[in-house]
Write a protein that binds this ligand. Structure first.
Ligand code: GH3
Ligand code: MG
Ligand code: MG
Ligand code: MG
Length: 291
């Protein structure tokens, strides 16, 4: 949490880079790029910096163009950009700000002013990252929350219907969880939820998405996964969870499965079918997988 923020300094002049890096290196992890293209390469390779200090007048690709490209990319666009430039006309500054830069510093720079402006932008970026994380994650288990699942699910469903691959959904509900709370206390119940979420994440592939959907309900959305593979995966998860808890604490899950039907099905339709499969799993005695 307290690790230094990263600032990427982009300038075609080695002297300018040296000066800026010298001003910032005590407080930040400073990376440098001596051209616009090099900057984009570094951003593409990741990890993304917390702030970009960007010169405008550079050969090949100027800072305006770099800014345009960064702001057009959905991942990179959240990086704040401060132009640091010798171009000190109002028109230039106005243009830079309309491209989405958060600030505009003209050379010759005054070190204390650069430090103060950088500090403010890095602080705002950190706050924004934190709020974004909180908005999309469940605070107890740290997996994605319902809001994020619904946001992403709509996009995945649309893409699946367009591209014709498969998409499946597992709806997991802990069996008799109320009894776990009643017998062992709410705190142990919370620990069970955390352990379960960790177990689900352990089996997470790149295309899977794990979310806590409600109190003791989780969703695993399996991209590029048909019904048969989803059943296999669900069975592995069910077994892993049965084996997970220490002796004396029996916790099992029931799992309902649905695969998206081609045509016009929505995420909600698929979820409804998974929910009725889950209901059947409960009816049939729990600790089982039903499609
Ligand atoms: P079933 O097998 O039919 O699913 O039975 P159940 O007891 O799991 O179902 P029910 O929906 O009646 O109870 C869910 C329980 O989950 C009730 C609630 O207290 C508990 N629960 C929900 N969220 C949390 C939480 O964040 N922490 C803890 N400890 N318990 C929670
Ligand atoms: Mg230059
Ligand atoms: Mg429930
Ligand atoms: Mg339950």
């Amino acid at each position: 949490m307290n690790e230094k923020a990263t600032v990427l300094v982009v300038d075609d002049s080695a002297t300018n880079i040296q000066v800026l890096a010298g001003i910032l290196k005590n407080d930040y992890l400073v990376k440098v790029a001596n051209s616009g293209q090099r900057c984009l390469d570094i951003l593409t390779a990741g990890p993304l910096p917390d702030l970009l200090l960007l010169d405008i007048d550079m050969p090949d690709m100027d800072g305006y163009e770099v800014c345009r490209r960064v702001k057009a990319d959905s991942d990179m666009s959240k990086i704040p950009i401060i132009f640091v430039t010798g171009m000190d006309s109002d028109d230039n500054e106005e243009y830079g700000l309309t491209l989405g830069a958060v600030d505009y510093i003209t050379k010759p720079i005054r070190p204390a002013i650069v430090q103060a402006r950088v500090k403010t932008q890095v602080m705002l970026k950190k706050q924004s990252d934190k709020l974004t994380f909180l908005a999309f994650h469940d605070q107890l288990t740290s997996v994605y929350n319902r809001y994020f699942m619904l946001e992403v699910a709509g996009q995945k469903v649309a893409r699946t219907l367009r591209d014709g691959h498969s998409l499946s959904l597992l709806l997991l509900d802990i069996d008799h969880f109320k009894q776990v709370n009643d017998q062992h206390g709410h705190l142990v119940g919370d620990q069970v939820l955390v352990a379960m979420a960790q177990k689900l994440m352990e089996f997470n592939r790149k295309d899977d998405l794990v979310a806590r959907f409600g109190g003791e309900e989780f969703i695993v959305l399996l991209d590029f996964c048909d019904k048969d593979s989803a059943v296999k995966k669900a069975e592995i998860l069910r077994q892993a969870i049965e084996d997970l808890m220490p002796a004396g604490l029996k916790v099992t899950v029931s799992i309902g499965i649905a695969e998206l039907r081609s045509g016009k099905e929505s995420f909600n339709d698929m979820l409804k079918r998974a929910d009725s499969a889950l209901y059947q799993a409960k009816e049939q005695g729990r600790n089982r997988v039903v499609v």
